[in-house]
Design a binder for this molecule. Structure first.
Ligand code: AMP
Ligand code: ZN
Length: 467
């Protein structure tokens, strides 16, 4: 498979360290608010990548962190702590806030058919690992203490800027808007590994460390969580394009300093979803969520289709018109697919021919829009029978996950459990959980799972989908 690698700035053959196995790392969300549909575009395209790697026969292990520790806007300890602000806004503790928005994030993912990574690790669960790695960096001479904080010394690595396109003058500390110079830093790109001196006196989450009571810097969690679950090498590291600098640059610097060798060879970045007014961003407010799209009468699959129609390396502009067009196209396509009768025997030649076209599209740097064209080609084909068409669409959906062949999710079905029965069991499970009878709650979840019903816990209650 050929994929663009941000490190080499070229489309190249993707070759994992160990034949047949892929170790994949994804920067997870910062859980102080709902994910906006831009964030979800990134996770959705990463989901397609993961599913295609599996489809192509790789054994994939995918890991994601959850940033549930205070997240400052920059390394100079200026800006605001988004978790703390969120907790105040919603009259919750920081931990309650994180739990609420973590559940909300995975509920959105489930609605969009985004598979949960094999391992999901909140940063607060790994502080001992961070301390161990920071201590090792101190011992090796890559980190120093200044003004109560511990900094990574970027002058100690042979090549700090590993990514393209870097313009030193753009990043002068003190020149960027809103960034104060941190006088403790020896070099302007040095970054904090551990804070004990913060301008936030009421920092909610603090831990003991060899350098005093404090909390970790912004970047260390991803390096440590990746190493904890994936070992010394990552095959492919994913994130949104804004992660390239400083987050991924700093992840590479500290990981390679710690390990003493190259850490990750392939970097996959998804470009942003923009609105006509510019980038959609979580901290600036006024962003669109999945909940809002559903309230406006759209389905999550329509948004998935909208995203798949464009290439992950192009910025995607979201407008009412462009989305409405995609939603209409999805509805039409789905009704045409559902009208295909399963006639005849699967024609293996036609099946292989169409599958080959689909794989060629996906092998060409994950060309999902061309893969969607392959779907249309199958639907329109005059020389393929219904059974073959259905088999192909089912096969492509292992990657695209557009639910084209699925009857409406919540419609009561003849063979399946009726909606009222499901609702009754959900109510029983809620009661069991309230009574702390978790065994009973799990039993009900399993009973429903056996009947093909997946429960989705959201902050506002439990919903379900038929699988
Ligand atoms: P955050 O929760 O802010 O840490 O962001 C979660 C993920 O969404 C990161 O990988 C970001 O790079 C990505 N992201 C942020 N804004 C956008 C956007 N407008 N479009 C696509 N991805 C985004
Ligand atoms: Zn990260």
């Amino acid at each position: 498979m050929k994929l663009y690698n941000t490190l080499s700035r070229a489309v190249e053959e993707f070759v994992p360290q160990e034949a047949g196995k892929v170790k994949m790392y994804t920067c997870g969300p910062t859980v102080y608010n709902f994910a906006h549909i831009g964030n979800l575009r990134t996770y959705l395209m990463e989901d397609v990548l993961e599913k295609y790697l599996r489809y192509a026969g790789y054994d994939v292990m995918r890991v994601m962190n959850i940033t549930d520790i205070g997240h400052l806007s920059d390394d100079a300890d200026s800006g605001e702590d988004k978790m703390l602000l969120g907790a105040k806004r919603e009259h919750k503790t920081v931990r309650e806030l994180a739990a609420f928005y973590t559940d909300a994030f995975f509920a959105d993912c489930a609605l969009l058919n985004i598979k949960r990574p094999d391992a999901v690790q909140p940063a607060t669960g790994c502080v001992d690992d961070f301390i161990r790695v920071i201590e090792a960096l101190m011992e090796k001479g890559y980190a120093y203490k200044a003004g109560g904080n511990v900094y990574f010394d970027t002058s100690k690595v042979a090549q700090y800027h590993k990514f393209f396109n870097f313009k030193e003058e753009d990043l002068e500390v003190g020149v960027r808007e809103g960034v104060d110079e941190d006088e403790n830093k020896r070099n302007k790109n040095d970054f904090v590994l551990w804070f004990t001196k913060s301008k936030f006196e009421d920092q909610a989450l603090k831990w003991d460390s060899p350098w005093g009571v404090g909390y970790p810097g912004w970047h260390i969690e991803c390096s440590c969580i990746a190493m904890k679950y994936l070992g010394e090498y990552v095959d492919i590291h994913c994130g949104g394009i804004d992660n390239v600098f400083p987050h991924h640059t700093n992840e590479i610097a500290q990981s390679e300093a710690y390990l003493g060798h190259t850490w990750c060879k392939h970097w996959f970045h998804v470009l942003h979803l923009n609105t006509a007014g510019g980038k959609m961003s979580k901290s600036s407010g006024g962003f669109l969520t999945m909940k809002k799209l559903i309230e406006d009468g759209y389905s999550p699959m329509e948004y998935r289709f909208f995203c798949l129609q464009s290439h992950y390396r192009n910025a995607l502009v979201f407008s009412a018109d462009s989305f409405e067009n995609a939603a209409n196209a999805y509805r039409k396509l789905k009704s045409r697919v559902l009208a295909i009768a399963s006639e005849g025997e699967v024609q293996s030649d036609a099946f292989e021919r169409c599958k080959k076209a689909f794989c060629e599209a996906m092998d060409a740097d994950l060309n999902t829009s061309l893969a969607v064209t392959c779907v249309y080609d199958v639907v329109k084909a005059k020389d393929i029978n219904g059974a073959t068409k259905r088999a192909l669409l089912e096969d492509f959906d292992r990657v695209l996950s557009l639910d084209l062949l699925k009857e409406e999710a919540c419609a009561p079905s003849e063979e399946g459990m009726r909606a009222e029965e499901i609702e009754a069991l959900i109510a029983e499970r809620v009661a069991a959980k309230k009574a702390k009878n978790y065994a009973e709650a799990d039993r009900i979840r399993n009973q429903l799972a056996e009947a093909g019903i997946t429960l989705i816990d959201t902050p506002t209650g439990t919903t379900y989908k038929r699988t």
